[in-house]
Design a protein around this ligand. Structure first.
Ligand SMILES: *Cc1c(COP(=O)(O)O)cnc(C)c1O
Length: 236
C-alpha cells in the first residue's frame, strides 16, 4: 500500500474511534483531503484509495491541479477568496468554506446569480479574534446574519473556523465549542438551519469530531509534511 493509502486508512480509523467516543455516526463526518502544495499525482493516489473529497486554498495552484486530477472528485475551496477569482472558483468548486465578510457574501451571491448557480458555502468565523486571521468576529456575525440569510444565490451550510494555534489538540476544544455554540444561537435566533461545522485539521480533528465537526480538513496527516515557507494557514 502507498504511504498516502496507509495514512488514509489510519485517519479513517481514528475518525471512527472519535465518532464512537462521541456517540456519533461516522457517516456524519466528511474527510476533506487538503492537497495544497501536493501534486495531481498525490491526488490520484488518494483517489485510488477511495478518497473523493479534496480541498485547496490557493486558486492559482488549484486551477491547474484540478484540471490534471481525475474527474468525478468533489473540490472544496478553503482559502481566502479573492473577488477576481470568484467566477472561476464557482465554476469548479462545489463548496466554499471561507466566506469571511458580508461584502464578500454579497459579491458571491451576485456572481452566482449571473452564472445561474446556488453554491453551498460556510461562513468563516475568527473564533479567537486574532488580528492575523480572516473571518467574522462572533458579535459581527450575530449582527449580520439576517442580511446573509436573505442572499438569494448562496446556500449556507454552516460555520467554519481555524482556531488559534495551541500547545496541544486539547487547547482547540474550547474554540470548537465556541463555534458550535455560536451556530446554535444563530439557529435559534434566526429560525434557520446551519447543520454543518467545518473544523479540525491534522493535529486536532479528533477533538473537533468530539465537539461536533461535520467536515474535517486534513492535509499533512494524509500527504506528508508541507514546505510551509510560502504558505500560511492563517492566511486561508
Ligand atoms: C492547510 C489547511 C488545512 C490543513 O492543514 P493540516 O494541518 O495540514 O491538516 C486545513 N484548513 C485550512 C483552511 C488550511 O489552509
Amino acid at each position: 500500500m502507498s504511504r498516502i493509502g496507509e495514512n488514509l486508512a489510519e485517519i479513517r480509523e481514528r475518525m471512527a474511534a472519535a465518532c464512537k467516543r462521541a456517540g456519533r455516526p461516522l457517516a456524519e463526518v466528511e474527510l476533506l483531503a487538503v492537497s495544497k502544495t501536493f501534486s495531481a499525482d498525490a491526488v490520484r493516489q488518494a483517489a485510488d484509495f477511495g478518497q473523493t473529497r479534496f480541498a485547496e486554498s490557493r486558486w492559482q495552484e488549484a486551477e491547474t491541479k484540478i484540471a490534471a486530477s481525475p474527474t468525478g472528485l468533489e473540490w472544496h475551496f478553503i482559502g481566502r477568496v479573492q473577488r477576481n477569482k470568484v467566477r472561476k472558483i464557482l465554476a469548479v468548486c462545489e463548496v466554499i468554506h471561507g466566506i469571511d465578510s458580508s461584502r464578500l457574501a454579497n459579491y458571491v451571491s451576485d456572481v452566482a446569480g449571473d452564472l445561474g448557480l446556488v453554491p453551498r458555502a460556510f461562513l468563516q468565523v475568527n473564533v479567537g479574534g486574532e488580528a492575523s486571521k480572516g473571518g467574522f468576529e462572533l458579535a459581527e456575525l450575530e449582527e449580520e446574519m439576517a442580511g446573509l440569510l436573505v442572499l438569494p444565490h448562496v446556500q449556507w451550510l454552516g460555520l467554519m473556523t481555524i482556531p488559534p494555534a495551541g500547545p496541544n489538540p486539547e487547547a482547540a476544544r474550547h474554540w470548537f465549542h465556541e463555534l458550535r455554540s455560536l451556530r446554535d444561537r444563530l439557529e435559534t435566533r434566526h429560525q434557520t438551519q446551519l447543520p454543518f461545522l467545518s473544523m479540525g485539521m491534522s493535529d486536532d480533528f479528533e477533538v473537533a469530531i468530539e465537539e461536533g465537526a461535520t467536515h474535517i480538513r486534513v492535509g499533512s496527516a494524509i500527504f506528508g509534511a508541507r514546505d510551509d515557507r510560502n504558505e500560511d494557514p492563517s492566511e486561508a
